[in-house]
Design a protein around this ligand. Structure first.
Ligand SMILES: Nc1nc2c(ncn2[C@@H]2O[C@H](COP(=O)(O)OP(=O)(O)OP(=O)(O)O)[C@@H](O)[C@H]2O)c(=O)[nH]1
Ligand SMILES: C[S@@+](CC[C@H](N)C(=O)[O-])C[C@H]1O[C@@H](n2cnc3c(N)ncnc32)[C@H](O)[C@@H]1O
Ligand code: SF4
Ligand code: SF4
Length: 318
C-alpha cells in the first residue's frame, strides 16, 4: 500500500473515462479537467480500454481496493461494460453518472460487475433541473435512477450540488430518499475553486444545522470524515470539502484523467504525472511519484493568512 507524506494511504482511485458530456451543468468542475463542451464523439486522446485495465491492474498491486468511474459523462464510453468486466475482482466498482443512459444499460453493467451507482440529480422539479443542467433530460434521469434501483445497483446515491439555485430543494430531496428504498442522498457543497462564481456558494454549516435538527442519528464516515444523517429511515451524507482541513486530511484517493495522467488532488492541475505509453513499469513509477508528491489541499497547499486561504509559498512555481 502506498502512503503519502501526510500518512494518507491511497486505497481508492477515481478514473475519468472521458471529458465529454451530454449536459452542460452551470456549476461543473469536470473533475478539474476544464470545459465539458465540445464534440460528443470519442477522442483520440482518451485512454483505451486496455490502458484503463492496465492501470487498474497496477493499482491492485498497490492494494487499491475501490475504483470510481467518472467523467465528463462516463456512460458516453461504449466500452464501459467491458472496462467494468475487466476490472480486478478485488476492487469495489462504482460509477458516477448523470443517469441519462442508465435505462437499457443498468442490467448489463450489473452483469459486468458494477457494484453501485451515484446519479446526479439536483432537484425534483423539471424546470429547476433544466436551469441547472441546461438539458431537458429530466425524465431520462428519473427513469435512469429507477433502472439502477431495479437492477440492484444499490445503494443508488443521488448527488445534489447545494448552491443558491438548489438549496431550497433540500427538504424535498431528503423526504424523497426517506420514502424510496434503495436511494440515499449526497448533498455536495458547491465548490467554486475550479468552477468560479463564489457568489453562488451557500453556508454549508446551515445545512448541517438543519439536518441535525431533523436527524434521528448522526454518523461519521472514515473517508473525508464526512457526516451522515439518518432522517425518517433515509440516509443523507454531506460532502463538504471547501476550506475543510479534516476532509483533506482523510483523503485517500488518487485521480486519473481521461488522457492518462495521474492527479493527486481534484483542485490542482500542477501535480499531473503522465503515465507515458501506459506500460506497467511506467504506470508504477508515475503512481509512486504522484503519491510521493500529494499533499492535503486545505491545510498544506492552501494555508490561512489573516483568515484568507492563500497558496503556501512552498508550492508556488513547484
Ligand atoms: N474536493 C473534493 N471533492 C470531492 C472529493 N470526492 C468527492 N468530491 C465531491 O463530491 C462529488 C461527488 O463524488 P462522487 O463521484 O459521487 O463520489 P463520492 O461521494 O466521493 O464517493 P462514494 O460516496 O463512495 O460513492 C465529486 O465530484 C466532488 O465534487 C474529494 O476527494 N475532494
Ligand atoms: C463532474 S461530474 C462527472 C460524472 C457525471 N457526469 C455526473 O454528473 O454525475 C461528478 C460530480 O461532480 C459534481 N460537481 C460538478 N461540479 C461541481 C461543483 N462545482 N461543486 C460540487 N460538485 C460538483 C456533480 O454534481 C457530479 O455529482
Ligand atoms: S453531467 Fe456531470 S460532467 Fe456533465 S456537465 Fe453535469 S456535472 Fe459536469
Ligand atoms: S486533498 Fe482535499 S481538495 Fe484535494 S482531492 Fe483530497 S479532499 Fe479533495
Amino acid at each position: 500500500m502506498l502512503i503519502d507524506g501526510f500518512g494518507r494511504a491511497v486505497t481508492g482511485v477515481r478514473v475519468s473515462l472521458t471529458d465529454r458530456c451530454n449536459f452542460d451543468c452551470i456549476y461543473c468542475h469536470n473533475e478539474g479537467l476544464g470545459d465539458t463542451r465540445g464534440p460528443m464523439e470519442p477522442q483520440d486522446e482518451e485512454m483505451s480500454t486496455d490502458d484503463v485495465v492496465q492501470f487498474l491492474e497496477v493499482a491492485e498491486e498497490f492494494d487499491v481496493n475501490a475504483v470510481k468511474f467518472t467523467g465528463g459523462e462516463p456512460m458516453l464510453r461504449d466500452d464501459l461494460e467491458t472496462i467494468v468486466r475487466r476490472t480486478p475482482d478485488s476492487m469495489e466498482v462504482s460509477l458516477t453518472t448523470n443517469g441519462t443512459f442508465l435505462p437499457g444499460r443498468a442490467e448489463a453493467l450489473l452483469d459486468a460487475g458494477l457494484d453501485r451507482v451515484n446519479v446526479s440529480q439536483d432537484a425534483l422539479d423539471p424546470d429547476a433541473f433544466r436551469e441547472v443542467t441546461q438539458s431537458g433530460a429530466y425524465d431520462d434521469v428519473i427513469e435512469g435512477v429507477l433502472a439502477a434501483v431495479d437492477a440492484g445497483l444499490t445503494p443508488v446515491k443521488l448527488n445534489m450540488v447545494v448552491f443558491d439555485a438548489t438549496a431550497g430543494y433540500v427538504p424535498e430531496m431528503v423526504e424523497h430518499v426517506a420514502e424510496n428504498e434503495g436511494l440515499q442522498l449526497q448533498l455536495i457543497e458547491y465548490m467554486p475553486e475550479l468552477a468560479g462564481r463564489p457568489d453562488w456558494a451557500i453556508d454549508i454549516d446551515r445545512v448541517h444545522g438543519w439536518l441535525n435538527e431533523q436527524a434521528d442519528q448522526v454518523e461519521h464516515r472514515t473517508m473525508h470524515d464526512r457526516r451522515r444523517y439518518w432522517i425518517d429511515g433515509g440516509l443523507v451524507e454531506v460532502v463538504d470539502p471547501v476550506g475543510n482541513e479534516d476532509f483533506c486530511a482523510n483523503c485517500h484517493r488518487v485521480r486519473v484523467t481521461h488522457n492518462g495522467y495521474l492527479k493527486g488532488c481534484l483542485n490542482r492541475n500542477d501535480d499531473l504525472k503522465s503515465m507515458g505509453e501506459m506500460t506497467k513499469p511506467e504506470i508504477r513509477t508515475a503512481f509512486r511519484d504522484v503519491v510521493h508528491d500529494r499533499v492535503p489541499y486545505y491545510g498544506e497547499y492552501m494555508i490561512k493568512d489573516d483568515d484568507e486561504w492563500v497558496i503556501n509559498e512552498e508550492y508556488i512555481g513547484a
